[in-house]
Design a protein around this ligand. Structure first.
Ligand code: AHR
Length: 490
């Protein structure tokens, strides 16, 4: 089939905030222990961090990492994870029914984040705890005063404050699975009071209030309205979370989930603007899509797994090539909403629904979803463009018209180049793409393709990996069910 994409670099959506290429490390399964940290591994550095994982995270150029949860944060006592490791308590961790040794806490995580060149997006516990512990935590992390918690940090070996700039006010407080789940009014009140004390300790920070944990939550919409009624003046972002799956084994429908994500973002932005108008506010609230990914094969695993294990194998989703196509599309959705989405976190980063997998005391490998994420983070920088695309569509089972070609186009003024990301969602037809773009020529075409949608990578066998296609003048061919990156230069 043929498609025409018309690009004009003056038709701009918005500047891409690099933080949309963020990720997430939670104390869950083997994300921390056996993932980023494993002192017994041959490849561990002097802090116990796995060098192979450090290198792969650096390849991804991750700007910011959310920590320490997730559901975990709603039962977490941050003081358990600081200071002398031999004195740290072992605790029953109720979000994932595991044992938490607290060998890694904020002291270690900030060091790990420095080593990979990422900022930390720190979450506070608004489940079992509240504003008091949150203000102590931010004093510990960000303050240079001569006061108890800042001095405790110094005593633990960190003279300089960690300086975390972005903070989450709890996690998924709308879900009844959350430790100390709250109604929207209860959460709105506690989030407001926590926001006030956090910003009094450090006025330079930005805050994220919890939106819905999924667009299909029965409280979606009302939750946002009530929470924002309380918090609008005190926070900078509202969070969105969403995971998609293909249980029905319907690939066309699965690949259409990118449209669903787009709708979720646009509807949530409208709700924020409704409250903005109601409050006659001058502030436009931005969005933090701080959990997104494909996740369905290992959902609810913690309910059947053996309880009270240290670092059990949980949520170790084995990603297929088909998953990489949707992850590629979801990244484009984030780019195409760069006027409102300023932060986003691929959930998660290592071992737990992750692009990077490890063996205990062994090696590491890249899953299929590693690549669309890596290329978006490395090349998807600049201004997202509004383009027009003529191409055939198919019907999703909801009856939506889904164009076979899904794209995002980004103008990078520094390199004077235009980068186009494109997924051909047809399962059996290639697309001959005609790009109308004056003054620029195609100079690079990277393709991610597998003839088998269910193929996946394994330790020692990374068969799904991108290839550089030969560039020739004239039309561009995008293989059936393929992910592509095209770079145009003057
Ligand atoms: O990312 C896994 C879990 O998914 C997180 O802990 C939670 O916030 C969400 O439900």
């Amino acid at each position: 089939m043929k498609a025409t994409l018309t690009i004009d670099k003056d038709h701009q959506i918005g500047n891409i905030d690099r933080r949309i290429y963020g990720s997430f490390i939670e104390h869950l399964g083997r994300a921390v222990y056996g993932g980023i940290y494993e002192p017994t591994n041959n490849n561990a550095d002097e802090c116990g961090f796995r060098r192979d994982v450090l290198d792969m995270v650096r390849e991804l150029n991750v700007p910011i990492v959310r920590y320490p949860g997730g559901n975990f944060v709603s039962g977490y006592n941050w003081e358990d994870g600081i200071g002398d490791k031999s004195k740290r308590p072992r605790k029953m961790e109720l979000a994932w029914l595991s044992v938490e040794t607290n060998e890694v806490g904020v002291d270690e995580f900030q060091e790990w984040a420095k080593r990979v060149g990422s900022e930390v997006m720190m979450a506070v516990n608004l489940g079992t705890r509240g504003p008091d512990e949150a203000r102590n935590l931010i004093e510990y992390c960000n303050s240079d005063t001569d006061t108890y918690y800042a001095n405790l940090r110094r005593k633990n070996g960190f003279e300089k404050p960690f300086g975390f700039k972005l903070w989450c006010l709890g996690n998924e407080m709308d879900g009844d699975w959350q430790i100390c789940h709250k109604t929207a009014d209860e959460y709105g009140r506690v989030a407001t009071e926590a926001a006030k004390v956090l910003k009094w300790v450090d006025p330079s920070i930005e805050l994220v209030a919890c939106g819905s944990s999924d667009p299909n939550m029965p409280t979606y919409g009302e939750w946002e309205r009530t929470v924002l009624d309380h918090t609008y003046d005190y926070v900078d972002y509202l969070s969105l979370h969403c995971y998609y799956g293909n249980k029905a084994k319907n690939t066309p429908d699965f690949l259409a989930r990118a449209e669903d994500m787009d709708k979720f973002i646009k509807n949530t932005a409208k709700i924020c603007d409704e409250i903005k108008a109601k409050k006659n506010s001058d502030k436009t609230l931005m969005l933090s899509f701080d959990e997104w990914n494909v996740w369905y094969r290992t959902k609810d695993e913690e309910k059947t797994a053996q309880r009270w294990q240290i670092a059990p194998h949980l949520l170790e989703e084995k990603y297929t090539f088909e998953d990489a196509l949707l992850v590629g599309c979801m990244l484009m959705t984030l780019q195409n909403n760069s006027d409102r989405v300023k932060v986003a976190c691929l959930a998660q980063l290592v071992n737990v629904i992750a692009p990077i997998m490890t063996e205990n005391d062994g090696g590491a490998w890249r899953q299929s979803i590693f690549y669309p994420y890596m290329y978006a983070s490395l090349y998807g920088n600049g201004v997202a463009l509004n383009t027009s695309c003529e191409v055939n569509s198919y019907k999703s089972s909801e009856g939506w018209d889904i164009p076979y070609l899904y794209t995002s186009s980004i103008y990078n003024s520094e390199n004077d180049e235009i980068v186009v990301f494109a997924v051909n969602r047809s399962l059996d037809e290639k697309i001959e793409l005609d790009i109308k773009l004056e003054g620029y020529e195609l100079c690079s075409h990277i393709e991610l393709y597998s003839s088998e949608l269910d193929a996946s990578n394994e330790m020692g066998n990374e068969r799904i990996k991108p290839e550089e296609r030969k560039v020739s003048r004239g039309e561009i061919a995008l293989k059936e069910h393929s992910w592509n990156m095209l770079i145009f230069k003057r």
